[in-house]
Write a protein of this length. Structure first.
Lengths: 75, 380
């Protein structure tokens, strides 16, 4: 999949534990990111997600793989 | 003797707690902090992440790769109630050890009465140590669940779970362990290897955390119907109970301050200061005094508490004198465990329990304790 460099993407996790497990991997990698509330247009449910620009997404996916958690990429 | 060194009731609640615990508790509310997983600020995320670190740490300690199946509770008793109220034991035969605490007995008997379940006690030696050979000879085909208090809270007997579990699993019996008295930071269980199905634990005893912290492990959540439910902070518009673990059983705002302090305790509880051989010598010497000592017959299976029953003196009067004359804080009575005291022959008045803190007490403390007991028992 090709990600547009300056577009925002959201890494969405099935539950809080998986989000919390993945977050330190992103933080430790110095990838520019923000923790944000789940955007309304993605889901009307509560919860948090990791917002990231396309240029960093491949690297983020690489480091999150090490956390061995399920996730989805949403635009 | 400094009064602070005379607290020997660690089987109830351990003291002193590591300094890191005091710090974690006192600093927690110095700055804004929200509920687990509910706020995006750095501090709430940090403390929420710590909860997951604690879950993983406990998972490693009990020997399971299913960390998400560790659910936080307020203590072992709450875990026992959730499991035993949620499990289907209709028409089942259930085995228990002879030393089960009321944390198990009361919810189990209440459930058994409404489920037509039968409860039997496993064969054991006179100290309550399960007789593995006899157990292996039993026809266990009709049993569905076995519950074992892995370290007794009256005489400190540690059960040989590595020998018991294979016998039970060969007969497809589910195993539930009460580890409230057993787990410390140096203890390892092998839940996955032994096929343990349920574990209950508490944070405020040998894990050195604050009261109100505990956890349970449930291997197969489909076997346990949740008895409590509520908000989890995600997928909130679903009205049904979530199947995701641990959230199937973990609801509402969990004990963030307590669980963060428990993590601090487990990461920084220091080195043991009381050697086991000193403890075993103390127990041996106690046998020379005018009392009946409740302990493990085999010192290899002796845990961190023992009890003694005075000969020719009342339990309560000896306990009162130990405190009021010598400052010794211990616990007399039946220790919420009438089953164990009945089995050990110390009903109705029970005994006096001694439980040092192995991360605090030393040889001198135990020596003072012994002398105090000796003076009280032998004083005319």
């Amino acid at each position: 999949m090709c990600y547009t460099d300056n577009k925002k993407y959201y890494i969405v996790f099935p539950n809080t534990r998986l989000f919390l497990k993945a977050l330190p991997f992103v933080e430790k990698s110095d990838i520019e990111h923000r923790v944000v509330s789940m955007p309304d247009y993605i889901s009307d449910q509560c919860g948090m997600t990791i917002e990231i620009y396309g240029q960093y997404l491949s690297k983020a996916i690489e480091v999150i793989s090490a956390a061995n958690v399920k996730y989805e990429i949403k635009e | 003797m400094n009064n602070e060194r005379l607290y020997f009731d660690n089987a109830s609640t351990s003291w002193p707690k590591p300094k890191s615990v005091i710090r974690a508790l006192s600093e927690f509310y110095n700055s804004p902090v929200g509920s687990y997983g509910r706020s995006m600020d750095e501090r709430t995320l940090k403390f929420s992440y710590n909860i997951e670190r604690l879950r993983d740490k406990l998972s490693s300690m009990i020997g399971t790769s299913m960390s998400e199946n560790i659910v936080f509770t307020k203590n072992a008793t709450e875990g026992s109630n959730i499991i035993l109220n949620g499990i289907d034991i209709s028409d089942k035969n259930i085995l228990i050890s002879p030393l089960e605490h009321n944390a198990i007995i009361r919810p189990l008997y209440a459930k058994a009465r409404t489920s037509n379940a039968n409860i039997s006690v496993m064969p054991s030696r006179k100290d309550g140590f399960i007789d593995v050979e006899q157990l292996g000879k039993m026809d266990l085909s009709s049993y569905g669940l076995a519950i074992i208090n892995i370290e007794g809270n009256v005489n400190g007997v540690i059960q040989p779970i590595e020998k018991i579990a294979p016998i039970l699993k060969r007969n497809n019996i589910e195993i539930m362990l009460d580890t409230a008295q057993y787990l410390d930071v140096e203890t390892k269980l092998e839940a996955d290897k032994l096929g343990i199905d349920y574990i209950i634990l508490t944070g405020h005893k040998k894990l050195m955390g604050p009261t109100g912290t505990g956890a349970m492990f449930i291997r197969n959540p489909s076997n346990i119907s949740p008895i409590f439910t509520g908000g989890n902070g995600f997928r909130s518009s679903d009205v049904d109970i979530l199947d995701d673990m641990p959230y199937r059983y973990e609801y509402g705002t969990i004990n963030m301050i307590g669980l963060n302090a428990l993590l601090s305790a487990m990461e920084d509880c220091g080195e043991k200061t009381l050697r086991n051989d000193i403890w075993i010598s103390f127990i041996k010497e106690l046998h020379n005094l005018d009392c009946i000592v409740l302990c493990a017959d085999d010192e290899i299976y002796q845990g961190a508490c023992i009890s003694f029953k005075p000969i020719g003196k009342e339990v309560s009067s000896v306990s009162n004198e130990l405190y009021h004359k010598y400052g010794i804080i211990c616990r007399d009575g039946i220790h919420c465990n009438p089953k164990a005291h009945s089995f050990l022959g110390t009903m109705p008045n029970g005994a006096i329990r001694i439980s040092p803190n192995f991360f605090f007490h030393d040889e001198n403390d135990v020596s003072y304790l012994y002398d105090s007991i000796k003076y009280v028992l032998h004083r005319q």
